[in-house]
Design a protein around this ligand. Structure first.
Ligand code: SF4
Length: 497
């Protein structure tokens, strides 16, 4: 007799990841913190809701109240399903709170355990502290081994927990000093939001790989992965936290330190292309405008005669608009996304599973029939989705399909807080542009050049003109921080030219 198996957990949407999302690079995590407002956790819940695109598997909030001490709630699933009820929010009182949304990049990938959900909390001799980390520690394996040998007992499989154990071993007097000490041992990418009983702390790694911004909210202050989360709480964007900067925020205001050896910043250029929300500001520029500029560059670099420019929604939309504006070819919503897919089929049948991409995307047939269509997408990772979308467009009667991609070929994995397939699974790691075109069976396929991408983010003379540089390792294979753990596990760096 066959047994009916329950889903892995109530939010198991892994079949959807198989269908479409496994073919995207996935950011990682979002962090948010507030000090100096009543019921700070409510602000944090709203901020995390705005950052949900940075992680959908799980979320957590820690708050502190002078009488009730530290409180925490960690849950699987969306913020809107977990941190909106009065019952939960009443358990998180106080004027100081931090939170985290997670897509697992380390730890139990794709099947987050509740023990891996941040913020993490540590009780030290001088008081408690909670931390939320966005990024990826590239020497976490070595640190973990060393810490375990010296007696640390790890509670999770997350790289971020190393920070708490390093803090516990530091001999410094205060928690911010211990955090500085701990983070000096850490390699890789980190944007950290942390809290003590009285302080909100924000730190960005010396390369500034992942974003972190400071905002003002009423009489209080906020730290956030992106500016869009400040907007939702009625906050004011003050400035980005500088690469290598630590800010310690109390009732008296914001103190700034630079505890690390200064290095040339290497901000993640893919944040501009795909990860950040289009209504956020990065490096003083609107993400939407940058994406539109990418589309314009792409139209200049790779023109083609066609009847329509259509985005692969939603992330391809601004670049498609830019392509249309620069080429004069009409823009049209040739593919429509079903926004509600993620909650519809909690226990999908085999038949539903096989529908794959069609569950989320549908072709606007009346528009497409008989047309030569340019499809603009943000990236090609494995190529499985691109191929299915092409089939859908041809089924709808398109005469020609031309792909234009708003990023250079993704040929290398990211080790700085983004979930990427192993290198051999990346289409661009094993095929030339022409081979990818033949593999996808499209009439043409063109990616924006690395120089074109740099021009679109505001560096007029392209990649080599830039001081400071960006991280573009997933395109160039030039890693700004040696990924020690991955090399130990057999990853081969690009040979020096
Ligand atoms: S490797 Fe790519 S995704 Fe990762 S930080 Fe660098 S640019 Fe961003």
């Amino acid at each position: 007799m066959s047994k009916i198996m329950p889903p892995a957990h109530p939010f198991d949407t892994s079949f959807l990841r198989d269908a479409e999302e496994d073919d995207k690079l996935k950011e990682e995590c979002g962090v948010f913190g507030v000090i100096g407002v009543g019921d700070a956790a409510n602000f944090v819940a709203l901020g995390l809701h705005a950052l949900q695109h940075r992680g959908q598997e799980a979320g957590g909030i820690v708050s502190h109240h002078p009488e009730h001490g530290f409180q925490s709630a960690r849950r699987f699933g969306y913020v809107r399903d977990n941190f909106t009820s009065q019952k939960v929010m009443e358990t998180l009182p106080g004027p100081l709170a931090i939170g985290h949304v997670r897509y697992s990049t380390t730890g139990s990938k794709g099947q987050t355990a509740i023990r891996d959900v941040q913020p993490f909390f540590g009780e030290f001799a001088m008081g408690g502290a909670a931390i939320a980390h966005n990024g990826n520690i590239t020497n976490a394996n070595a640190l973990r081994r060393e810490l375990i040998e010296r007696g640390s007992i790890f509670q999770s499989s997350s790289d971020s927990e190393c920070i708490i154990h390093l803090m516990a071993r530091s001999l410094q007097r205060t928690i911010p000093e211990r955090m500085e000490d701990a983070l000096r041992r850490v390699e890789g990418a980190f944007s950290v939001v942390a809290m003590t009983r009285t302080k909100l702390i924000g730190v960005r790694d010396p390369l500034g790989v992942r974003p972190l911004v400071l905002g003002k909210v009423g009489e209080g202050w906020a730290l956030s992965s992106e500016t869009c989360a400040l907007d939702i709480i009625g906050g004011e964007f003050i400035r980005e936290i500088e690469p290598g900067e630590m800010v310690v925020i109390t009732a008296n205001g914001v103190e700034s330190h630079f505890p690390f050896r200064p290095q040339k910043p290497r901000f993640c250029i893919f944040e501009h292309v795909y990860f950040s929300r289009p209504d956020s500001i990065l490096g003083g520029r609107s993400v939407y405008e940058t994406r539109e500029a990418i589309g314009r560059e792409l139209a200049k670099e790779s023109p083609v005669e066609a009847d329509l420019v259509c985005p692969v929604p939603d992330s391809g939309t601004p670049a498609a608009i830019g392509y249309s504006l620069a080429s004069g070819i009409p823009y049209a919503m040739g593919i429509i996304r079903n926004q509600y897919m993620g909650r519809t089929f909690i226990e999908p049948t085999e038949q539903i599973r096989n529908m794959g991409v069609r569950l989320k995307l549908n072709v606007n047939r009346a528009l497409i029939k008989g047309k030569r269509v340019i499809l603009v997408d943000d990236s090609v990772v494995r190529g499985t989705t691109s191929r299915k979308i092409k089939e859908m467009i041809l089924d709808a009667g398109a005469k020609e399909v031309h792909f234009r991609i708003a990023s250079p070929p993704t040929a290398w994995p990211c080790f700085y807080g983004v979930d990427t397939p192993q290198r051999e699974k990346l289409l661009a790691a094993t095929m030339s542009e022409e081979e990818m075109r033949d593999h996808l069976q499209v009439d043409s396929l063109k990616f924006i050049s690395l120089d074109g991408l740099y021009r679109a983010v505001g560096e007029a003379d392209g990649r080599n003109s830039v001081q400071p540089q960006y991280c573009d390792a997933c395109f160039s294979g030039e890693y700004p921080v040696e990924p020690a753990d991955q090399i130990e596990s057999g990853f081969e760096m690009k040979a020096a030219e």
